[in-house]
Structure formats: C-alpha cells, structure tokens
Design a protein around this ligand. Structure first.
Ligand SMILES: NC(=O)C1=CN([C@@H]2O[C@H](COP(=O)(O)OP(=O)(O)OC[C@H]3O[C@@H](n4cnc5c(N)ncnc54)[C@H](OP(=O)(O)O)[C@@H]3O)[C@@H](O)[C@H]2O)C=CC1
Ligand SMILES: O=C(O)[C@@H]1CCC=N1
Length: 272
C-alpha cells in the first residue's frame, strides 16, 4: 500500500515538522488534504494552512484521530506528556513515526497501547529542499509494510536508509545535526572571499555550490574523499596551502568531535 491515499498527521509543526510537510507535498506523494498538523502555536498553524493547504488543529487529539500515520515531531523533552495525551487515540491500526532525537523505540512501545506499530526516523532539515538524509529503524510491532511506508515517505524528501536502532544516536550526530556543522563552513569560506574583496552574494553562492559539488562528487564517483582531495591539490599549488592551514587548526578532530558530542547528547536525551 502506498502512502498516496493515507492520511498523515504531524504532532508538532515546528522547524522539522514543517520541513517534512513541505518536502512531502513537493514530492507529490500525499495530497495536502490528506495531511494534517497540530501544534500549540496557532498563528504558525494558520500560516501552514494557507501556504500548504493542509488541515490544522491546536488539538493533538483531532489530528491523531484523523490520521492513519502519525508523525511525532515535538521536542524529546516533552514527548512523555505528548504520548500520555495521545494514548487514548492510538491503536494498532495506526502507524507511529517518531523523529525525536534520542528517544528509543521501547519508550513509545511501553507508553502506547500494546501492539502499537512504531518506526523511529532521524531525518534532517534538508527535507525542505528534498535532500534530507534519514536513518530509519522499525520497532518490534512494525510490519515490513510499515518499514516500506517509512522508506517511501523519507525517500521522497531525500535519501533514506535502514539502520539498526543502536546506530540511531550516531545518525543523529552525523546527518541529523550535520547541516548545522556545514552551514558555518559555507559562511566562513564566503567570509574569506569577502575579505579578499568579493561581494557577499557571489561569495555565498560560490561557497554553497562548492559544498554541493564536493558532496555530489563524493556520492556519484564513490571515490574515497582523500582521493578526491588529491585531485584538487596541485603540487606547490594553492589548495595544499589551504589544506595545511585546516590541518593545523585540527579540522578533522573538530568535525569528529562534533559528531561524537552530538551523538552523546542524543543518547542523553533518550535517558530522560
Ligand atoms: N530541527 C532539526 O533539524 C531536526 C529535528 N529533529 C527532531 O524533530 C523534533 C522537533 O524539532 P524541531 O522541529 O527542531 O523543534 P521545534 O521546536 O521547531 O518544533 C516543535 C513544535 O512542537 C510544538 N509543541 C510544543 N508542545 C507541543 C504539544 N504538546 N503538542 C503539539 N506541539 C507542541 C512547539 O511549539 P513551541 O515552540 O511553542 O513549544 C513547536 O512548534 C525534535 O524531537 C527533534 O529532535 C530531528 C531531525 C532534525
Ligand atoms: O539539535 C537537535 O537536537 C535536533 C536533532 C537533530 C537536529 N536537530
């Protein structure tokens, strides 16, 4: 069964919930009238209703009851109380997809009625432009059809891969948080060119396209990033000078540590 004729509801229509809704509508896998969202902030819901044509409510119960697939997109810190509120409206006919950082599948399975089908997903904000990277782990009651459904939804907004749940915190630290590690790289590289005299707009365009092009080469050639770096660094040329500066600044350790720290925070959030 495809998601085409199923009703998908979002509990929480903040940054990630609305990014996913935009991406899903853009991909055309669900009609706006089959999408719904609830949130505590009404003006934002009204904006989503007028921009995307989706159904909205400030009452989570309304969206939960109307949905076949319920995407939980609230902060991990308030998830416990949201699950308590939702419990009366959940049964084994509904598929629950949660994108909350850190929270293990067992938390949902224990808090919701026996047999509830849950899939845990960690997407990223690039769903807005159909380029999300998502990790997906099905829970103990999820069927193979449920996994297919989750893969269909998250592949429609980018790339989605199944991962064992034990790696979901690593996915969170890497691709969930990762866009925020790369945006400053784009900004800082552009700053360098601005310092050299380039206008800000051209500098940002060239910096962002450089990151996009490098990522595309890594994905499409399948070559090791070290080999790709070697293709740019001419002997006694410009690039190797820049590479030395980055190595002196400890860029590799900094990025590794950022991913590790974010993964650790994801683990911590799951324990609360
Ligand atoms: N942002 C990202 O890049 C990513 C986020 N995630 C996950 O997505 C989830 C949402 O994150 P994000 O979108 O950034 O957070 P946001 O704060 O932007 O969105 C959460 C929304 O839920 C609303 N809300 C608060 N309480 C309730 C409630 N009881 N019922 C319904 N809605 C409520 C919030 O309103 P208010 O602000 O008024 O409290 C807010 O609009 C988190 O669990 C996060 O871990 C996963 C991957 C990437
Ligand atoms: O920062 C966070 O906690 C969320 C999860 C991954 C991206 N944003």
């Amino acid at each position: 069964m495809t998601v085409q004729n199923r009703k998908i509801g979002f509990i929480g229509a903040g940054k990630m919930g609305s990014a996913l809704m935009q991406g899903i509508i853009k991909a055309g896998i669900v009609k706006p009238e089959n999408l719904g969202a609830s949130d505590v902030y009404e003006p934002f819901l009204n904006e989503l209703n007028s921009q995307l044509g989706i159904n909205v409510s400030t009452d989570n119960a309304v969206i939960a009851q109307a949905s076949d697939i319920l995407v939980l997109a609230v902060k991990p810190q308030i998830l416990g109380s949201v699950l308590e509120d939702l419990k009366p409206y959940i049964n084994a006919d509904k598929l629950i997809i949660s994108i909350a950082a850190g929270v293990p599948l067992a938390t949902y399975e224990n808090a919701l009625p026996e047999g509830t089908r849950v899939v845990r997903v960690m997407p990223n904000i690039a769903a807005t432009v159909s380029e999300a990277a998502s990790g997906i782990s099905p829970g103990k009651n999820a069927t193979s059809e449920d996994l297919k459904t989750a893969l269909e939804i998250f592949s429609a907004v980018g790339t989605a891969v199944q991962v064992p749940e034990s790696l979901m915190d690593a996915v969170t630290g890497l691709s969930g948080s990762g866009p925020a590690f790369i945006f400053p790289v784009i900004e800082a590289m552009a700053d360098g060119a601005v310092l050299e005299g380039m206008d800000r707009k051209s500098a940002l365009t060239l910096a962002a396209q450089t990151v996009l092009g490098a990522a595309k080469m890594a994905l499409e050639t399948g070559l090791h990033p070290g080999e790709l770096k070697d293709m740019v660094t001419s002997p006694a040329g410009t690039t190797i000078q820049g590479v030395r500066i980055l190595e002196e600044a400890g860029i590799r350790a900094a990025f590794m540590n950022a991913v590790i720290k974010a993964s650790e925070r994801s683990k911590e959030l799951g324990k609360k």
